[in-house]
Design a protein around this ligand. Structure first.
Ligand code: MLT
Ligand code: ZN
Length: 457
């Protein structure tokens, strides 16, 4: 691999879209948390799937590894270089087209580089919405969200990213195009590419276009923060809300230490005094004109609940956004406090409270100086375990936490993926036969292992 690779890539995408200067490469070389970083041989920004296919073929011929990157909001080190300058980062940012929203079938075709916020805006203007929503919406791209099978805050109502994909188009390392866009709602003609590629973390093929299923836009929402004494009480209340509120869209959990840290960071007044030990964020949403009905229905369920210590409710959009900041600002507040080790786990509901207790005790015993911040999508059994104050390259506490997750019947990744961060832990929750089968699938699509090497395995 020498200058020949660079010259061929430059010819493929044009000089202004081949970045070799260290200052220009830098934003693509370090992840959002600052924990994962490496040096790229170059950053290439193809304009479309044809240029992308050329780029991948050129990399393959030169033996250069290629790493696809969307909005660089991943949290497991799967979208940035980790070698010492051999990898080519392929940015999908220019594949950002958004097609017309089809109002009769409720769908849209978008480029992999379109950000979630832009697609939400286009969908809402037509009375529709994207089923997945998450705090990184302004930067996260639809292609990256498919590649990681992103979850976010509305999974309990609409499912994760894979459930929003009608079809997709993707390019293999050999430059072959897989899939079909626009796709058909029903198509059982062989293997289903969205099911295979969603969550494959850019290791099998690079997603270029996505045919997205939309959901009705629900402009009326009511958001409440409920203060609770402990996680058991929260889960009991959450069960009653699930049963009693068909319009339920989000159930998110926070703990007093994380709420305090977040409000020290965003400098907004605490929404609940204390704060209480555990806070549940509830969102209900429905069609225009339903706001007061939503407010009454939620109020009727929580007003006399013996477990609820305190309540803050917003039935206007500004107030709803403000209450959401207590939850969504957690990520930035944690990052502002140091470079975190971020774990993202799911537990069976019955083991959420035991896990929360045991993980605190475990971290205290292994790393007494570390700071643990838990929060997450409790409606999906998903907790984000953030550890501050650990040595960046020492994963021993991470492994112990994931071992605990496995013993309690959980998964070591709920929605962030495996990346490079958790590949050593994959055998905790996947059998040898499963991992061997995954490797065989990888070898079928990328026989020389040049596409995002070192991720997942
Ligand atoms: C979230 O739920 O806010 C995201 O998964 C980001 C994070 O875990 O920090
Ligand atoms: Zn999350």
């Amino acid at each position: 691999m020498g200058d020949d690779l660079i010259e061929r890539l430059r010819a493929a995408v044009g000089p202004q879209h081949l970045l070799v200067d260290p200052d220009l490469r830098a934003p693509y070389e370090t992840d959002w948390t600052g924990r994962w970083s490496g040096r790229a041989r170059a950053v290439v920004r193809p304009a479309d799937a044809h240029q992308l296919a050329d780029v991948l073929r050129i990399c393959l011929a030169a033996g250069a590894p290629a790493i696809a990157q969307g909005g660089n909001t991943g949290l497991v080190g799967g979208g940035v270089p980790r070698g010492g300058g051999s990898e080519v980062v392929v940015s999908l940012a220019r594949l950002d087209g958004i097609g017309p929203v089809d109002g009769s079938s409720g769908d849209v075709v978008v480029g992999a580089g379109a950000t979630l916020a832009r697609v939400q805006e286009a969908a809402r203007a037509a009375g529709w919405d994207v089923g997945v929503d998450l705090a990184a919406r302004d930067s996260a791209t639809i292609g990256g969200m498919v590649a990681t099978n992103a979850g976010g805050v509305h999974v309990l109502r609409y499912g994760g990213m894979v459930e929003q994909v009608i079809g997709l188009e993707a390019v293999t390392m050999a430059g072959e195009v897989l899939g079909r866009v626009p796709a058909l709602r029903k198509d059982n003609s062989g293997y289903h590419w969205p099911a295979l590629l969603a969550g494959s973390e850019g290791t099998l093929a690079v997603v270029t276009r996505i045919h997205l299923k939309l959901v009705p836009h629900l402009p009326d929402r009511v958001v409440a923060l409920l203060g609770l004494p402990d996680l058991d009480a929260l889960l009991a209340v959450a069960g009653r809300l699930r049963r009693g509120l068909p319009s339920l869209r989000a159930l998110e959990v926070m703990f007093a230490d994380g709420v305090t840290l977040t409000h020290e960071y965003n400098r907004l007044p605490l929404p609940l005094p204390g704060p209480p030990p555990v806070v549940l964020l509830v969102e209900v949403a429905d069609a225009a004109g339903t706001r007061s009905r939503l407010f009454d229905a939620l109020g009727a369920l929580v007003a006399d609940d013996p477990d609820v210590l305190a309540t803050a409710v917003a039935d206007d959009e500004l107030g709803a956004r403000r209450l959401w900041r207590t939850r969504e600002d957690h990520t930035e507040a944690i990052n502002a406090a140091g470079i975190p080790h971020k774990l993202d786990v799911t537990l069976p509901t019955a083991n959420l409270a035991p896990f929360a207790d045991e993980v605190r005790a475990l971290v205290t015993s292994l790393a007494p100086a570390a700071r643990l911040v838990l929060f997450g999508h409790v409606g999906d059994g998903n907790l984000h375990v953030n550890l501050l104050g650990l040595v960046p390259d020492d994963d021993s506490v991470d492994h112990a936490v994931l071992d605990l997750v496995a013993r309690l019947g959980g998964s070591i990744s709920a929605e962030h993926g495996i990346g490079v961060a958790k590949r050593a832990d994959l055998p905790l929750t996947r059998t040898g036969a499963e991992i061997a089968t995954m490797r065989a699938i990888k070898a079928a699509l990328d026989p020389t292992g040049r596409l995002n090497p070192g991720v997942i395995f």
